[in-house]
Design a protein around this ligand. Structure first.
Ligand code: GDD
Ligand code: MN
Length: 376
């Protein structure tokens, strides 16, 4: 009993647990109870707590966590409203901890929770700043990835990340890792908090390279519920790397917006090519149609990726599309006007064209950020 301990001894025993296990979750209701039972079994002898961070899942995940929390004080629930996102959920969960260490693990039973005490021991040795469960070292495996497409996404991401990372990580896409809580707090201010790749974000945010211990782990197949990761993640991920590479000179949203714009140019050219080949409309009409198609395409993609956290829906979607097309229309006029003026004052056509395009995209970004996806 702590109350009856002499003061000096009581001071040495912390009321905070040794380990907070952060579980970001969205629509994981059937997985909550089995997961807590597994943590209980894996963490015998460790003073732990679990913090579920739920974005008000429609399936009632938070209610299920609270039901168990009423019976087990080691179980906590953070329920967020009006927001979505894995990385920001992890950050908020970890920031709510007062434990010595924080771990992050998926709430869908795909990660092997028996790795937790192993990771904890590695960190307690004091030799490492970060323990990462890896599927790509001896003893780990990745059989749980849903299909070939997910394997290709994963391999491509690893290849790209390893080119840019300050430390060697065989599994930079891992969503299962542990670090001292004070270190997390130090790094938190530098995190972008967007997308899925919180581990990469942490590693890239550290001012000096982290000492990493990789622990082999297998990745199981998902039994209940469904994955929330798709191609969108890959694009957000590329944006994250670009953002870190430019060390915050460019906002992540702008990078994403500009990449979407680049894809839009390709869509434009494809549509134009098809129309020229198969219709007798004439260049002006064909160019107009291609422009409109590219605008709608860009709007949809920006709404899905660049502004995933404040996605427009229903009537606001149509209003947003209309505004976006007007904004981009003005952007196109500015683009052409500036390029033309530069070209006429003897600037090389490449420089004039590029300058016009840059001004156009900056205009489109700045104005649509305030008018179309207005922060609520
Ligand atoms: N709070 C919150 N908000 N949680 C979320 C959100 C969200 O918007 N999106 C996903 N989650 C939760 C899920 O409920 C799950 O517990 C965990 O985050 C991982 O999401 P999954 O949808 O199961 O991802 P996955 O299995 O496809 O991806 C896993 O493997 C990837 C590597 O292949 C994750 O571990 C990734 O982090 C990892 O990169
Ligand atoms: Mn999963």
């Amino acid at each position: 009993m702590k109350d009856s301990l002499p003061l000096s001894l009581a001071d040495q025993t912390s009321a905070a647990p040794a380990l907070s296990v952060i579980v970001p979750c969205y629509n994981e209701r059937p997985n909550v109870a089995p997961m807590i039972a597994k943590l209980d079994a894996a963490l015998r002898g460790v003073d732990w707590e679990v913090i579920y961070v739920d974005d008000s899942s429609p399936d009632g995940t938070a209610a299920e966590v609270r039901r168990i929390a009423a019976l087990d004080p080691r179980v906590r629930c953070i329920r967020r409203v009006g927001r979505r996102g894995l990385a920001s959920a992890v950050i908020e969960g970890a920031m709510s901890s007062s434990a010595a260490y924080v771990a992050v693990i998926d709430g869908d039973l795909q990660h092997d929770e028996t790795r937790l005490p192993v990771m904890l021991n590695e960190l307690r040795s004091g030799q490492f700043d970060l323990a990462v469960a890896s599927r790509h070292i001896e003893g780990g495996n990745n059989d749980g990835l849903a299909n070939r497409w997910r394997h290709a996404l994963s391999d491509g991401g690893i290849w790209l990340a390893q080119r840019l990372l300050p430390v060697k990580l065989t599994d930079p896409m891992s969503g299962f890792f542990m670090l001292p809580r004070p270190l997390f707090e130090d790094l938190a201010g530098h995190l972008t908090g967007q997308g899925f790749k919180i581990l990469l974000d942490l590693v890239l945010s550290a001012p000096t390279p982290l000492r990493v211990k990789e622990v082999p782990a297998s990745f199981h197949e998902r039994v209940a519920g469904e994955s929330k990761l798709d191609a969108q993640v890959m694009i957000q991920f590329a944006g994250l790397l670009l953002d870190k590479t430019f060390a915050g000179y460019l906002p992540l949203r702008f990078v994403s917006f500009a990449m979407v714009g680049g894809i839009g140019v390709m869509v434009h050219l494809v549509v134009l090519g098809v129309l020229r080949q198969w219709t007798p409309l004439g260049f002006a009409a064909e160019q107009t149609i291609a422009t409109l198609v590219a605008m709608v395409f860009n709007f949809e993609l920006n709404n899905a990726i660049t502004y995933a956290d404040q996605r427009l829906k229903g009537p606001r979607l149509w209003r947003g599309l209309l505004l976006f097309m007007m904004v981009c229309g003005v952007g196109a006029i500015a683009n052409i006007g500036i390029a033309k003026a530069l070209y006429e004052s003897n600037t090389a056509w490449t420089a004039a064209g590029a300058m016009g395009a840059v001004i156009g995209v900056v205009w489109n970004y700045a104005v649509s950020a305030t008018l179309v996806w207005r922060a609520r």
